[in-house]
Design a protein around this ligand. Structure first.
Ligand code: EPU
Length: 423
């Protein structure tokens, strides 16, 4: 990946056509980490070809699981675990990807010790792991923090009743993957319910784990014998955030598109709010069709854990509101610092003011193209969408962030009629 590359977008649309949505980054990375629990070759299908999958592959290779794309079938990834595991996750790899924290639960429950570089913050703020550690501690693990590493150990993990202070995605996943080999039953109350966690549960059950309450906020995990999970073939759930990106692109350009391999049932709240903005959404077999009005209407929106509006949708929504009629208020409830992309939207002529975790967006008629930079994955994609309705040319730099989570965003948008290229 060349960091000097940029994306150039020119005013386009209305977008028309069909797009196939890739598999979810925030599922596949966790499924990859979970292969640490089983010896043999696991096959994942519908895998997005994104930088984060390669980075997770590097981390797993350092620990002892090799990853390779299938030689003939596209988007199929094979992970081979021969049982020769070194439970150490070094700094150089962990700092590249937040989801590296997901090796903690599987390694601890399987090996009894783990040395993991402490994950740092993100561009949108500090990202603590206290709930991960508290949950695993309740199951019998002990932790020491030394020289920037978390050193965890547990002769054996035991089932425990754990109530999370907040339905954290990562904490739910780490406790869940640790609990499958714990002795006895673990309950996770106030568990996160994101569709990617449902995908992880279904993957584990196919491997032989015993889990009740899948997709609910109370997961009950009955531990099975250590080493008894079997490798499986599993299809990664479609990416609801990438799907929303194409919906936003159609919406902002007044277009009509059909999304395949999409799960509108995983995006219900968002699609309801998009309908309030004037979008017509029709579920079809395996996807949905969306048609946009000439101009979107403003709404107020607040981010919440699933089934609420995901924080990852917010840069897209803010971008849509930038050119909608009226005034919209966006409230961020997960990451207070996640408004940095607002300055970039302002460079494109958006009228947005922020105060703490609120942004007030006054819709303008048109944006105007400018040089901007992608501050993170989702904000980067939102700036690409903004460029579709900006006069002239919008140049987006630091697109390595976009490549972390988007599988050929440029190609897919171009197929829908966007005037866009990588330079
Ligand atoms: N939190 C704590 N303590 C913890 C864990 C979380 O205070 O031990 C707080 C966080 O600081 C944050 C909130 O809880 O304020 C939510 O964090 P959560 O653990 O749910 O998020 P995560 O697992 O770190 C995943 C996604 C993010 C997505 C969030 C929220 C992955 C790899 N990342 O992060 O996705 O924004 O859930 O839905 O799955 C992205 O894909 O670009 C991305 C940032």
């Amino acid at each position: 990946m060349d960091s000097a590359e940029q994306i150039v977008v020119r005013r386009s649309g209305p977008l028309e056509g069909q797009v196939t949505v890739p598999g979810a980054k925030n599922s596949v990375l966790k499924l990859m980490a979970t292969t640490l629990l089983t010896d043999g070759v696991t096959t994942l299908t519908n895998v997005p070809d994104i930088a984060d999958v390669a980075i997770m592959g590097d981390l797993l290779a350092a620990i002892g699981v090799s990853t390779a794309w299938h030689p003939t079938e596209t988007r199929v990834l094979q992970l081979s675990n021969q049982g020769d595991i070194t439970p150490v996750a070094p700094y150089e790899l962990v700092e590249r990807i937040r989801a590296s924290i997901n090796v903690l639960g599987p390694l601890l429950t399987r090996c009894g010790t783990v040395k993991l570089s402490l994950p740092g913050g993100d561009d949108f703020g500090s990202r603590p792991i206290n709930m991960h550690l508290d949950g695993l501690r309740a199951m019998g693990a002990t932790f020491a923090i030394r020289h920037g590493y978390v050193e965890a150990s547990a002769d054996r993990l035991w089932g425990a009743d754990i109530t999370l202070d907040f339905p954290s995605v990562g904490a739910t996943e780490n406790i869940l993957t640790a609990a499958v080999y714990a002795k006895g039953t673990t309950t996770i109350d106030n568990a996160a319910r994101e569709p990617e966690i449902g995908d992880l549960c279904n993957f584990l059950v196919a491997m032989g784990a015993e889990i009740e309450g899948i997709d609910s906020s109370k997961l009950v995990i009955h531990g099975v014998e250590v080493g008894s999970l079997r490798p499986v073939v599993h299809e990664v759930v479609p990416d609801r955030i990438q799907a929303a990106t194409y919906v936003a692109a159609a919406a902002i350009t007044g277009g009509t598109i059909t999304l395949h391999n999409a799960r509108p049932d995983h995006m219900e709240m968002l699609l309801r709010r998009f309908a309030d903005m004037g979008l017509i959404v029709e579920p079809i077999q395996g996807g949905m069709t969306v048609s946009a009005p000439e101009r979107l209407r403003s709404i107020d929106v607040a981010t919440l854990p699933y089934p609420g509006i995901a924080t990852d949708y917010k840069p897209l929504i803010t971008t849509m509101l930038s050119v909608a009629s009226g005034v919209g208020i966006v409230t961020e409830n997960l990451y207070p610092g996640r408004f940095r992309y607002v300055e970039e939207l302002q460079r494109l002529g958006a009228n947005i003011s922020t105060d703490g975790h609120h942004a007030v967006v006054r819709g303008v008629e048109r944006l105007s193209g400018a040089q901007v930079r992608a501050p993170d994955i989702r904000a980067g994609a939102a700036l690409v969408v903004a460029g579709l309705v900006a006069d002239g040319e919008t140049l987006i730099s630091e697109i390595c962030h976009i490549d972390r989570g988007y599988d050929d965003l440029v190609g897919r948008l171009r197929n829908l009629g966007a005037d866009i290229e990588r330079v």
